[in-house]
Design a binder for this molecule. Structure first.
Ligand code: DGP
Length: 113
């Protein structure tokens, strides 16, 4: 999608602090971190949100979680624990409509509400 900010980051048209990349997924540090580790794990394929994914996307979305686990280990937060968040739709707080997994950790996280 030509007007999608995450598609531009994936293509390298907008600078980002990348921490992982493969044929399916790109991961980079959030521009407004809310925890010491705040990484966005994003499929290279544009999908607006979980609500727009199809059954064929299941392996791709599963891969986001595998990458999240690897990055958590790399960041040294596996033992302490971490949170994976996927905002879906306006009322959830989703602001970028390209599906992404937030990897949050490195401090005690408060209960969600
Ligand atoms: P969400 O609210 O779940 O849609 O999260 C979108 C996140 O994307 C938000 O935490 C801020 C981050 N973000 C937005 N624009 C950019 C950008 O240009 N670069 C980076 N690294 N992160 C961005």
């Amino acid at each position: 999608m030509s007007d999608c900010i995450f598609c531009k980051i994936i293509k390298g048209d907008i600078p980002s602090t990348n921490v992982y990349k493969d044929e399916q997924v790109t991961a980079f540090r959030d521009i407004n971190p809310v925890a010491p580790t705040h990484i966005l794990i994003v499929p290279n394929k544009h999908i607006d949100s979980v609500d727009m994914m199809i059954v064929d996307d299941e392996p791709l979305i599963g891969h986001l979680f595998t990458v999240a686990k690897q990055l958590a280990a790399q960041e040294g937060i596996s033992e302490g624990g971490y949170r994976l968040v996927v905002n879906t739709g306006v009322e959830s707080g989703q602001t970028v409509f390209h599906i992404h997994l937030h990897l949050l950790g490195g401090r005690k996280l408060t209960k969600m509400g």
